[in-house]
Design a protein around this ligand. Sequence first.
Ligand code: CA
Length: 235
Amino acid sequence: MPASVLIVEDEPAILELIGVNLEHAGYETLRAASAEEANRLLGEVLPDVVLLDWMLPGQSGLALARRLRGDARTREMPLIFLTARAGEPDKVAGLEAGADDYITKPFSTKELVARIRAVLRRRKPQHGEAPVEISGLRLDPVAHRVAGGGQALALGPTEFRLLHYLMTHPNRVYSRAQLLDEVWGDHVFIEERTVDVHIRRLRQALAPSGHDALIETVRGSGYALRAESAAVSRG
Ligand code: CA
């Protein structure tokens, strides 16, 4: 079954261009010209990926992203911002609203398709993997749950994958480029700054049980998850 992409874009010509190109690339497309229309469509069907324009009439793309991330039904849905706003604060705001990626207009179809493939690849469930526990922080890849000292912690999908990777490779320092390769599956199109945004969100998610202290920033190098070797257990 082809993956489906919901395109939310108010410029009819751009909507048509993206739609036709994605269908050529083998995707099924759903199209919405506003956040309100996207909301209506999402009430009926859950696409595999949402491409979301930032500047929309009525509700903004950013507000829609926040709403989708706040709703259990759409929380895990991959979200890519598509926008003419190239400024750094906008990128950070987009990623903090829960977007998985951010593409600046103008972009090539090749780049768009590569990024959609990358988010879909990242969303593939990791079957049959054992839970891992470090210093009272437990991650269950199958149930998709994280608990710190028995307390359930809410992590976004990217933070979950990032934590899973770091917990299964503790006490090693990873550069941003390495993390993009290992966790995002791509460092060609995604900026290294993205890693910092998700590390910050991961720390916030782990803070309620104090496990944010496990994530260490190694100046000039990258990030590591610190664990006493004796405290690492699988199973
Ligand atoms: Ca627009």
